[in-house]
Structure formats: C-alpha cells, structure tokens
Design a protein around this ligand. Sequence first.
Ligand code: CU
Length: 393
Amino acid sequence: MKLATILLLLLLPVGEVFAQHQHGGVSTVPTSAKKPFLENAKGGKVEYHLYVNDTLANISGKRKVSALAMNGQIPAPTLNFTEGDTAVIHVHNLMRHETSIHWHGLLLPNKEDGVPYLTTAPVEPGGQYTFTFPLIQSGTFWYHSHTMLQEQSGLYGSIVIQPRKKSYEVDKEFVLLLSDWTDENPRRVLNALKRNDPASEWYSIKKGYAQSLDKLIQHKGLGNRLKNGWKRMPPMDLSDVYYAAFLANGKRKESIPDLKPGDKVRLRVINGSASTYFYLHGGAGKLELISSDGIDVKPIKIDRLLMGIAETYDFLLTVPKNKTMEFRATAQDVSGFASLYFGKGDTLSAAPIPRPNVWNMDEMMMSMAVNFPDRMNHSGMGEMDHSKMKMEP
Ligand SMILES: [Cu+2]
C-alpha cells in the first residue's frame, strides 16, 4: 500500500470518533432507568454505576467546549472502598463511540484492567460492562478512560481505599485531584506536537518562553544555545503544551470545608493531568509526606515536591490557628497553578516558584533540583558544593 493510503486508513477512525463527539451523545438508557451512583455497600460488596457521556463544559472560564463527563461531572465522582471489599463497577457508555475505564495502580485480575484491545474489550456505544474485582490493597489511586484522548477531555476520577487498620488517626480526609485543561480539541494538540507545526511554537509564545536572539543575549544564553544547537538539542521548554487552566478537583481554587483550628487532615493528592508535572508547595512551613502511590512511606518533611503525571502522594496537614493556608500545585514550567485553601483567617500564601531560565539549559537544570533535605543529609550530600557541580545536558 502507498504511504498516503496507510496514513488515511490510520486517520479514518480518529476522524469518525471526533465527528461524533461534536454532535453530542445519545442516551440509549432512559434517564428514569438510571441507577444511583452508589447502589449498594453491604456485605463487603461496593457497587457503583458510572454513566459516560458527551457534554459541553466551560472549565477554563473562557469558553464552552465539547468535553466528556461521568455522571455529569468533571472530574468523575470519587469511588470509596475499604481494603478487602469487592468492587462492582457498572460502566454505562451513553456515547456514540466506544470507551474504556482503566483503574490506575490497582492490583486486579488482568481481564478487569480496562485497557481496550489488550486486557478488556472496549465498552461499545450504548453498551455496558460490569467490572468485578477484589480490593487487596489500600491507598490513593485514580481511574481514567484508556480510549483515544478521552482522558484529556474529562474522563478521570479518584479512588480511595481505606486500610483495614488505619495508620493515621485524622479529623478529616480530603482528595485533591489535579489536572490540566486545554480549550482546544486534544487531537489538535497532539497533531501540533507530532508535526512540530507553528501551533507548538504558539504554545511557547503564549507562555512567554519563545526564544529570540535578543532574549538569548539578555539572558546570557547565546553561547549555551549555540552549544546545544551543535548537539541538535532544540530550544528548551519544560512542557510543550499551553493549558488554559490548571485544576484542583476541576476548579482553579478549591477549599476544604468544615475544619477547626488544630484539626489533622490527610490530604490525598493525585496528578491526573495529561502532560503536566506539578510542584507541590504550601504556605506554612514544610509538608509532611506519608504515602506515595498507595504505599505508606517513612514520614518525611519537605519544602516542595515535584509530582509526575499519574503519581499520588498523601500528606498530613494541620489546620493553622486564625489563618488560612494555601496548598499550591504549580505547573513545572510555572505557566500557572491551582490552589487548595483550608482554615479561616488571613491567608498564608505559598511562595511563588520562580520562572525557570529556559534560555540557559545548564542554569535551568540546576534550579530544578528538588529539595529533599532529609534524604540529602542521609546520603552525605548535605555539604555538597553545587557551584562545583558539572552537568552534561
Ligand atoms: Cu493510568
């Protein structure tokens, strides 16, 4: 086959899916027949219903765009379980195109893993699939569509599995699901990245990271750029995509209700973004990290943490007296952030992360070193003189 024909065949199903996406979904299940989100939680069996559908949503606050939702929500509702439960999750596909749900980080029988054409058949348009699996672990996890670019359009939610025996007694638990949002069709974004077309440069311009000769000279980065150009390294950016908004539970600003000063909070943070690493940092002292990807860790106090895509981290927080504390997630390229506030009174804002010097790669990589003071002391790195460190890009 000619290359052009192969490309056309590859592109056809994509066009089909998104053409339908524009028209909105059809519900083959009458609304009256819909079961409640949580149908049953007796005898160790916890049964949920998820309804996947097309929608229009104004997430960025700038314009309404086509999006995908579960039970009418972006993000999808949180699924709560206890270790030892059996999860029974009915996924109802109300769209005209297929879907799938993958349970990220859960240990389960392969056929319930939800990766279409690999472990589980896709959920057909108008169809339904019931996932049944035992929960043999505890912690913070999440779920998302594993079909095309549906996750980027809104199909993601949190999973919390309580341990049989709690390792921390707290006054409140709170889930913070972080994400990034583009008002563009995600397929358009992917095309821009693949073809290296002007749109991807436009993303840099929008973020103020476009490289020009005068900026390179101004930031003393010309020599560095020439050196890296010689090695065929493209100009630096930390994230190739421009996002209209960074979100905490689907909003730019989130808050934890019903807290008293001195209350202990277990904050479960999930990075459900498409391509954003987040710095996590707070407005009052260090953050106490107690769990990572569903596994308890030896508690460690940190100033800030760089969180990768799909990771989860749990923190222990104390509500300050007569103050509001900000817990901030700043995109690694410092093009924006989402905030969580808790407590009452004057706000202890998180100190802004300085913008990286993308005009000088060596300098930028130095500034990105994440601060893990405890760990560094254990390894004897505390006394290291960074000015003498040499790094090859
Ligand atoms: Cu995943």
